[in-house]
Design a protein around this ligand. Structure first.
Ligand SMILES: *Cc1c(COP(=O)(O)O)cnc(C)c1O
Length: 399
């Protein structure tokens, strides 16, 4: 029940039924819905009986005709209690939203499912985007399923598995000797010369965020239409945290959620922490770090187009922004695997590490319900674990 698009900076209205990029002043456009109609058409109780994927929230998603939905069953991922890890960290009410289980192994599939569906509905013939790996892999796969083209550019250092996903699903892939911003400039140059292609870079089209916001709807629904006290999110381009904030706001407008907003925490890696630096300085925009690097490749974003929206989400909810080192996040991920048997991605592990740090500093007192977002599977990052084990001769013996 999409109504229109709204400029996130100036509030101006824009037509939602033609292909749109950013607003004329270069700010992200946000989808707005007819709240009255949504409220009159569906209740949370009705949603409970729908299939377990993100399309259960279709009244607040932008695709108009169900025939245009491109899906691989993404969404409704588990909200797992982490009792052992929680006890170790002093956070007995620790939960993890586990996005490692979605198609392509990272939550990027949510944005791709909704973004590709809506692009195809509007007549786009091919999507083009820079990526740190996971988004490109997801959009390539969903573009294949939609029967449209995919032009992807990623840094040579991006996780190798994501190249293979692009290639196997038939995308046109380029590796760039540089960072995601360099890939973005190359893609922007190519899109202008390609009939029917849309630049679907982070927040340069309005619908990826709509897919990602469903993480917020699911967390509320899975808690019985209640908010947790705190949500920690590994922040790169910021689409997920902006989306969760948008979802929480929409659910309150719809009357589906009451009570205080959860405090939103933007977690970054110390090697690339522009949002944290801006937050510490009380600023509303970020400055790119000189030499960004971290093993948590999905959050290596030196300058996010939506940095001011991330900071708004954090400030509005009384949240915070915090950086953890690569050593800390890798150790937290490995400890979690030993405690709970789940191998999460370094980005998700950054949130677990940050939860521990916030407990130690007293920002968390241990009474809160805390949700960490694990944005992907550890399987995408096999090289983050060293295997140093004995090799036995076939006729040898195990001690
Ligand atoms: C892209 C990515 C992130 C960062 O997501 P944003 O919503 O753009 O901030 C975090 N984790 C993983 C695994 C990613 O691929």
């Amino acid at each position: 029940m999409l109504s229109h698009l709204e400029c996130s900076r100036s509030g101006t209205r824009h037509d939602a039924d033609v292909v749109q990029g950013t607003s004329p002043d270069g700010a992200p456009l946000l989808a707005r819905y007819d709240t009255e109609r949504v409220r009159a058409s569906v209740t949370p109780a009705e949603i409970a009986s729908r299939p377990p994927d993100l399309w259960r929230y279709h009244e607040v998603l932008p695709v108009r005709d169900p025939a245009h939905v491109v899906t691989m069953g993404e969404g409704m991922t588990p909200l797992l209690p982490l009792p052992r890890a929680g006890a170790r960290l002093g956070l007995p009410r620790l939960l993890m939203k586990d996005e490692g289980l979605v198609p392509t192994g990272a939550f990027k599939a949510r944005g791709a499912a909704v973004g590709v569906s809506r692009a195809a509905e509007l007549g786009v013939r091919g999507i083009a985007m820079p990526t740190n790996g996971n988004a490109g892999a997801a959009w390539a796969c969903y573009a294949a399923r939609a029967g449209i083209g995919a032009l992807i550019a990623m840094p040579v250092d991006a996780p190798e598995i994501t190249r293979r996903e692009c290639v196997v699903s038939g995308a046109e892939l380029y590796l760039v000797d540089g960072l995601i911003g360099d890939a973005g400039r190359l893609v922007a140059g190519a899109v202008g010369r390609r009939e029917g292609y849309q630049d679907t870079s982070t927040l340069r089209e309005p619908y990826r965020i709509e897919g990602k916001k469903t993480m917020g709807y699911e967390i509320a629904e899975q808690l019985g239409w209640r908010s947790p006290d705190v949500i920690l999110y590994p922040t790169g381009g910021g689409v997920g945290i902006i989306g969760i904030h948008k979802a929480l706001t929409e659910m309150r407008e719809l009357g589906w959620l009451t009570g205080p907003m959860p405090r939103l925490v933007a977690v970054q890696a110390a090697g690339c922490a522009p949002i944290v630096e801006a937050f510490d300085a009380g600023a509303r925009e970020s400055t790119p770090p000189a030499d960004p690097h971290t093993v948590a490749f999905g959050i290596t974003v030196p300058k996010a187009l939506g940095d001011f929206l991330v900071l708004d989400a954090v400030y509005d909810t009384g949240g915070t922004a915090i950086a953890v080192t690569d050593d800390e996040l890798l150790a937290a991920g490995h400890a979690l695997a030993r405690d709970e048997g789940t191998w999460i991605c370094p980005e998700g592990a950054a949130c677990v590490a940050a939860a521990g740090t916030l407990r130690e500093s007293g920002w968390l007192d241990g009474s809160e319900s805390v949700v960490v977002l694990n944005t992907g599977s550890g399987l995408i990052y096999p090289d983050t674990v060293d295997v140093d084990v004995p090799v036995l001769a076939a006729d040898g013996a195990i001690p």
